[in-house]
Design a protein around this ligand. Structure first.
Ligand SMILES: Nc1ncnc2c1ncn2[C@@H]1O[C@H](COP(=O)(O)OP(=O)(O)OP(=O)(O)O)[C@@H](O)[C@H]1O
Ligand SMILES: O=C(O)C1=C[C@@H](O)[C@@H](O)[C@H](O)C1
Ligand SMILES: [Mg+2]
Length: 171
């Protein structure tokens, strides 16, 4: 399994970092959220509205099983660690990288990134979102082979850190 799997809270930079990393490594970039939309022919917000979060997690898990075997950089959805089957898939994968940062930074990014609708963020107060962030920290940490705190790093430094940590883990 050669893929690099990025995990982390909404707005932690999985899509942005993933695109740069894939282009640096000259491998395809796959965003699980985009894959979901193209496969289910529906936006994530509409899917949540129509079928709910549990149904979303089930589909997300099926997609993950298909995608993990690709030689690619894979950006997962922010809630991938919420499902036990997903956690098992990630535990069996050798290169799971958690992108993390302070809640304040992440919250600001989510708020200013109007291009992406994040249904779970939309429906929550800042306090509720902070609770979700806190609750998930442990799950991301447990799933991660590599942890990158992006808080004080430039995009190039983030990419370099991931590549170095991956090379170290492969040797
Ligand atoms: N390291 C960074 N420094 C500055 N801005 C960043 C950084 N990482 C991401 N951003 C910005 O934050 C916003 C959210 O990033 P991105 O969409 O990559 O997050 P994500 O982890 O993929 O979120 P989601 O789980 O909701 O898909 C974007 O506008 C992006 O440009
Ligand atoms: O944090 C979450 O639970 C989510 C994050 C997004 O990437 C999407 O996968 C979806 O909006 C759910
Ligand atoms: Mg994303």
């Amino acid at each position: 399994m050669k893929s690099i799997v990025l995990i982390g809270f909404m707005g932690s930079g999985k899509t942005t970092v993933g695109q740069r990393l894939a282009s640096e490594l000259k491998v395809p970039f796959i965003d699980c959220d985009d894959f979901f939309v193209s496969k289910e022919k529906m936006s994530i917000a509409d899917f949540f509205d129509r079928y709910g979060e549990t149904a979303f997690r089930k589909k997300e898990s099926e997609h993950l099983a298909d995608l993990l075997h690709q030689n690619a950089v894979i950006a997962t959805g922010g809630g991938i660690v919420m499902n036990e089957a997903n956690r098992q898939q990630l535990a069996a994968h050798p290169c799971v990288c958690w992108l993390t940062g302070d809640f304040e930074t992440i919250y600001q990014r989510i708020n200013s990134d109007k291009a992406n609708v994040r249904p779970l963020a939309e429906e929550k107060t800042p306090e509720e979102l902070y609770q979700l962030y806190n609750m998930r920290q442990k799950l991301y940490r447990e799933a991660a082979d590599i942890i990158v705190d992006t808080e004080a790093l430039s995009m190039s430094e983030i990419i370099e850190k991931i590549i170095t940590a991956r090379e170290r883990s492969l040797n």
